[in-house]
Design a protein around this ligand. Sequence first.
Ligand SMILES: [Zn+2]
Length: 464
Amino acid sequence: MRKLSTKQLLLSFCLSLGGLGLSAENIYVRSNHIVTMDATNAVIDGYMRIGSDGQILDVSEGEPEVDAFSRLIDARGQIVMPGFVSGHNHLWQSAFRGIAPNEELYGWLNELHWTYGEYFKSGDMYTFTLYGALDQLRHGITTTLNHTQTVPPTYEQYMEQFSAGMDAGQHFIYSYVLDWKAPTATVRRAKLVDLIEATRLIQEPHACLGFGLHGVGVHRGADSHREEVEIAKDLGLDMQIHYLEGAKQSLEKGQAMYEMLREEAGVWDGLVYAHFIHTNDDILMHSAKKGAKMIWNPLSNGRLASGLVDIPKYLEAGLAVGMGVDGSASADVCDPFQNMRMGMYALRMRDSSAAVMSCLEVLQLHTIKTAEVLEVDDRVGSLEVGKFADFLIVEPPSPIFDPLATLVFATSASDIQSVWVRGVQQTKKKELLLHDMAVVENEMELRVERIRLDLAAVATTSQP
Ligand SMILES: [Zn+2]
């Protein structure tokens, strides 16, 4: 059989993808609480008009004049808000919830990645990622950065994370890991360039908002790091890295690694830290000065006992901050409402002060501010003319005194009535309308079961 080049391989699956679909009509969404998250933080008693291309054409106060060619969604008494943006995620991990309950970062990595990874077979990464993306979608996350991982044995299996993201229909940024098994830097770079070029050829609308680099050089060493920084800068990509997450490793090794980042010109406005908990003043101030950014993951940081980030101090220092729910094996329910509360409440408890973070601030962090960190705020993160109509309609469980407070304090993902991406309804209550989640779940469970049986069989045969 003729062996396909990387580009041909990518094109073959990219061209088979269905894309996002389009609405056939203009849509008006009428609500007395449209939380726009625009620059003025306007909450509007009015309507949003969405074109058939899925873009917002108008957000105005008052009653809409709906013509015969348009559809009216009456959401009066409900809150309309932008879909959440989650800046750090490993979608495949959703198949491994509840794992390693009493472990911290490295113990948890050992039980998950380093135990199961080598037993992954063709199709596992696709199914797990699809399940993770759809689960995020029904929890109100309409844009995700999938910080992909080379857990399975082959590059083809690794790339299943891309095709699953395209099929799910949730907007995503593909945070790409260089193929470190490839023989040279030239080949590693060419594989990424091929993927970006192949994606450009896919007809819009599709789910991929762009690419970034998942930098691992900070763990592999200076040569790898230098190569990644060069590629990221050359291609104009952001590079996201896990950095200063677990307390023990941060203090033993992590902080000292900052010198490598600094010396290799590896701290620039394209560098995004995931976690960035155990910093010191020098690291924080230098990072802020260089324009580096970070993603705060309160659920995961709590679950893995990683620590509480001093977000008010970071913001004061001028660091750009966004939020993420992280993978669902360390933030086991990907509920962004819960994520906001976890972070905000921890800070309020620490300081015995409500002034430490407001409802507006934490809502901004999980929507427009994350979109800014990911550099997709021209398209998502707020409800404004020209952006994609990615939004949620939320049925608050009690009377609304202040819509922002209701969203932050009194709402959970189970209160979401519908999730929309580019003006196309994705869910009704928790039911996905464009995918059969029962089939995906069943497939995911069978594959996890097979992996566990394979692992158990090896353990049995290797016993003396
Ligand atoms: Zn992570």
